[in-house]
Each structure stands twice: as structure tokens, then as C-alpha cells.
Design a protein around this ligand. Structure first.
Ligand SMILES: [Zn+2]
Length: 320
């Protein structure tokens, strides 16, 4: 629901781990695959413009048969200047995308037998940076928007007291009729003021959409930005178990379970956005029957996402 083109299972991507093994027996196979994904429309040499298929050198370059110019296969991708084999990267991507809840750094360290936790952590974060597709469309139609609190020691609480040590995550989800959800977007916000919440909606939801919210005043200005706001005020309903925003409520519950379960709650505030991106990537592709398709989508985005410097990852510089 989030992507265009139609890759062919078993040909464009492996469907099972057995196929994965057959797809990627060595570095050369990995380079060819990355080349195919990166230059989907066919490679053309930037030196002479010729479209003849280049040969792949042992050092990982495409060598133009006509003008001899060499083009790095990994430069400008997540794998740029990596010291690890592509095959290891691909395996990590397979583990992240083939498991329903993804992979944790600790789990990855164990499976790959890495001596350092940091290595696994860095790989996962680099891949998370590739999970947001540049230029993705904004949500549209009927969209529920609400905030939730993540992390900290206190549970529950909405807007205000008890929330001091928690991070606030704004969530928007498309509501389908008669039931079901479409795509989701989420982002950490500093507070629940209109200055934080309205830009969240403007950045991620198309103007003209109907925004469903509760009665919170932070959303009052939405009308000035071309949205129709439909308010549901919780205190108007007699049922104490009623939730005003069932879509957001459900997603927030799943998100928290994932953070606590897969990642043992060990997510610091400055890295929270990266985890939200991974969660969103998986949620918005939940209807992909073949897990291998998710691997392919991540590969497509990894092939077009520049590398993130380690210090930006550690510092939590999300847009770095
Ligand atoms: Zn050339």
C-alpha cells in the first residue's frame, strides 16, 4: 500500500531463507543484485553515457566497456565505505524484514556471533534510516490524530501530570470505511501545544483531509490550514472504557508492546524517531504476504539512501 512497481517473487527477491541462500552465494552475487535494484532502468555510464552492460570488478565497481570509467556500486547507498561483506548486510536485512517483529541489536549480535553489541546496533540504525522513503505521499481521506506517551517509568496518563519522564509521540492513521486502517505516520513531538501538533499534521497529512481528534485545544488551528476537523469529546460518552480514537489507540498499544518486547524498552529518547520509522515501515507494509517483498523494499530504499555517519547515529541527529 506504500509502494509502486510490482517485483516478481522468486525472481526479483527471495521468498524463503533457502532462496535467500541461493540468491546470494557470494559477494559477486550481492553486488549484481544491488546493481540491479539501484539501476532498475538499466545502468548508463556517467562518463560517456553508453548503456552497454558494464562488467563488475572484484573491488565492487562497474567498469564501462567503452570509456573505462568506474562507478562504485555502493557509493551513495547505506553500504558506502562499509568494511563488512555485503552478504552480511543482506543477511541482517533479511533478519530484520523476515521476522514479524524485526530484530533487536542483542538478537542480531547473538545470531551473527558478533563480539561487539555496537556493531549490531549501528547496522540496525543505519537500516532504520533507510526505512523512510524520500518523497513519500502524505496521508489523506479520514485521518485520526492523537498523541501517546512512550517510555519512562509511569504507565498511562494523558496530557499533563505523570508524563514528565515520557516521550510524546504524535500518531496519525488513515481510517477506512466501514472498518480497517490505512497507512500510519508517527513522530516524536516536544509537547502537546498547537505549535507542535499542527505542523505534525501539516507535514504528514494532505490538506483537505478530515482530521478526527478528541477535544484537545492543541488541534484548534487545523481549520486555518485547510483541514476539516471532527471532534469526539470523551466526556460526552457514558462508557468509561470507550476510547475516542480507536485507531490511534490500537497502534499506540502495538507500538509500546513492540518497544517493550523486541527492544526490552531500551530505547532512548534521542533514538526514538528511528524506531518509529522502523515500526511505520513494517506497519504500512503489513499486507505484503511475502516477507521477501519487505526485504526487497528495504533494499530499494537502502540503494538510494546515503550513508549515515556513526556520530549522527549515536547523537540521534535524525536529519543528519
Ligand atoms: Zn563510459
Amino acid at each position: 500500500m506504500e509502494d509502486m512497481a510490482d517485483p516478481v517473487p522468486g525472481i526479483d527477491y527471495p521468498r524463503t531463507f533457502e532462496e535467500f541462500d541461493r540468491f546470494f552465494p557470494d559477494e559477486d552475487a550481492c553486488r549484481r543484485y544491488l546493481t540491479r535494484v539501484r539501476w532498475r532502468a538499466g545502468f548508463s555510464c556517467r562518463g560517456c553515457g553508453c548503456g552497454d552492460s558494464p562488467w563488475v570488478t572484484a573491488r565492487g565497481y562497474l567498469h564501462c566497456r567503452k570509456c573505462e570509467r568506474e562507478t562504485s556500486i555502493t557509493a551513495g547507498t547505506v553500504f558506502e565505505r562499509t568494511r563488512s561483506p555485503l552478504k552480511t548486510w543482506f543477511l541482517v536485512m533479511w533478519l530484520v524484514t523476515s521476522q514479524k517483529h524485526g530484530a533487536s541489536a542483542l538478537g542480531l549480535q547473538r545470531v551473527l556471533g558478533l563480539s561487539r553489541y555496537d556493531t549490531a546496533w549501528t547496522w540496525l540504525h543505519k537500516l532504520r534510516r533507510a526505512m523512510v522513503r524520500p518523497g513519500r505521499e502524505r496521508l489523506s481521506g479520514r485521518v485520526e490524530v492523537d498523541e501517546t506517551y512512550v517510555g519512562g517509568t509511569k504507565v498511562g496518563g494523558k496530557r499533563g501530570r505523570g508524563a514528565e519522564k515520557k516521550e510524546i509521540v504524535a500518531i496519525a492513521v488513515e481510517i477506512h470505511s466501514p472498518k480497517g486502517f490505512g497507512r500510519v505516520r508517527m513522530r516524536r513531538v516536544l509537547d502537546v501545544s498547537g505549535e507542535s501538533l499542527v505542523p505534525f499534521v501539516c507535514d504528514l497529512v494532505q490538506a483537505g483531509s478530515e482530521i478526527l481528534t478528541d477535544g484537545w485545544r492543541g488541534y484548534n488551528a487545523l481549520g486555518d490550514h485547510g483541514y476539516t476537523r471532527t471532534k469526539t469529546v470523551l466526556s460526552d460518552t457514558a462508557d468509561p472504557a470507550h476510547v475516542a480514537m480507536p485507531g490511534v489507540h490500537r497502534i499506540a498499544a502495538l507500538l509500546k508492546r513492540w518497544l517493550l518486547g523486541t527492544h526490552q524498552g531500551g530505547v532512548s529518547a534521542k533514538h526514538l524517531d528511528d524506531y518509529l520509522d522502523e515500526y511505520t515501515f513494517r506497519f504500512n507494509r503489513r499486507s505484503s504476504r511475502a516477507r521477501g517483498l519487505l526485504f526487497h523494499r528495504l533494499m530499494e530504499q537502502a540503494a538510494t539512501t546515503g550513508p549515515t555517519r556513526y556520530r549522527d547515529l549515536v547523537g540521534g541527529n535524525h536529519n543528519g
